[in-house]
Design a binder for this molecule. Structure first.
Ligand SMILES: [Ca+2]
Length: 274
C-alpha cells in the first residue's frame, strides 16, 4: 500500500513540525490540529485513488451504416431510404448515391411536399431497432455530417423552402414528433408567426408535431460541417420521457411553391456516447 504509507509518513512529519510551533497551545488545540492534519491528508489521498478506479470509460459508438456513402448505389439506396411526400408528377425529384448523397428537386407553383434521405431504424441503424432515449443511464446522441447546398432557387412570395437535418421520435402513445435543425431557410420561412427569429430567438416554426430550430444559413456552393447534439435538441423541443424511441435521422428539403434545389450530403454519422 505505497499510497497509504506516504500519507502516514506525511501525517507524522507534519504533526511533529506543527507541535514545535504550537507547544504553547492548550492540549485540546493540539488534538484539534492533529485531527485537521489527519483529515487533510485523508481527503487529499484517498479520493484521488478511488476516483481513478471509478472513472467510467466513455466511448463513442456509431449506430448507423453507410453514412459516408461508400457502398454501391443500390446498397446506399437501401441504407439511405430516399423518398418524397406530397408532390404530384409535375414535380421532378431524385436522390443519387455516388460517394456522396445528392438531392435534386424541382417543384411547381401550388405544390407542397418534401424529399428526405438519411438513417432509419429499418435499414440504417446497426441495431435494426429504434433507439430508446429514456434510459437509466444518461444517453447522448450526436449527428455529424457535411452538406453543400449547390443550388437553391425559389419564387419569392408565400414560398416555404428549407433544408434541415430532422429526426423523428416515436412516443409511448405511438404518436411521432419531429425535431428539425435548419441549415438554410428562404425569407418567408423565417417569418412564420410561431417562430421567434424576429425576436433574436432560434425557433423557426413550432407546429403540433414539429419544432424547428435555426442552426445556420449555409453559403451556396460550399461544403459546411455540422455537429448536432441530437438528444439535447429533442429534449429541448419535447422533454424526453419514458418510452421515447428515436426512429430516424435524415436530411430533408421541404417546399411550398415553385423551387429548384440541389443539395449534396456526405459523412452523416450518428454516434452514441455510452
Ligand atoms: Ca463519401
Amino acid at each position: 500500500m505505497p499510497v497509504l504509507a506516504t500519507v502516514q509518513h506525511k501525517h507524522v512529519g507534519e504533526l511533529k513540525v506543527r507541535m514545535c510551533y504550537t507547544s504553547f497551545l492548550p492540549a485540546f488545540s493540539l488534538i484539534l490540529v492533529a485531527l485537521l492534519i489527519n483529515y487533510t491528508a485523508s481527503s487529499q489521498e484517498f479520493p484521488t485513488a478511488s476516483t481513478e478506479q471509478a472513472l467510467p470509460l466513455h466511448t463513442f459508438r456509431t449506430i448507423n451504416i453507410d453514412g459516408d456513402v461508400s457502398l454501391d448505389e443500390a446498397q446506399s439506396r437501401i441504407h439511405w431510404n430516399p423518398h418524397a411526400t406530397g408532390y404530384s408528377s409535375l414535380t421532378t425529384w431524385s436522390v443519387t448515391f455516388r460517394n456522396e448523397t445528392e438531392i435534386f428537386l424541382e417543384t411547381v407553383r401550388g405544390e407542397a411536399g418534401h424529399v428526405a434521405t438519411g438513417a432509419w431504424w429499418t435499414t440504417s441503424f446497426g441495431s435494426e431497432a429504434k433507439i430508446p432515449l429514456y434510459t437509466t443511464e444518461p444517453i447522448e446522441l450526436t449527428a455529424t455530417f457535411r452538406a453543400n447546398i449547390a443550388a437553391i432557387n425559389y419564387e419569392p412570395d408565400k414560398e416555404w423552402l428549407r433544408v434541415a437535418l430532422a429526426c423523428a421520435v416515436q412516443r409511448d402513445d405511438q404518436s411521432v414528433v419531429y425535431t428539425e435543425m435548419d441549415i438554410w431557410d428562404s425569407p418567408n420561412t423565417l417569418r412564420h408567426p410561431t417562430g421567434n427569429i424576429h425576436l433574436g430567438g432560434n425557433v423557426v416554426y413550432r407546429g403540433y408535431d414539429v419544432v424547428e430550430y435555426k442552426i445556420d444559413q449555409a453559403p451556396i456552393g460550399k461544403w459546411e460541417n455540422y455537429s448536432i447534439q441530437l438528444t439535447r435538441a429533442i429534449n429541448s423541443a419535447w422533454s424526453i420521457r419514458p418510452g421515447d424511441l428515436l426512429e430516424s435521422v435524415y436530411l430533408v428539403v421541404e417546399t411550398i411553391g415553385s423551387t429548384t434545389v440541389t443539395v449534396k450530403v456526405d459523412d452523416l454519422w450518428i454516434t452514441r456516447l455510452a
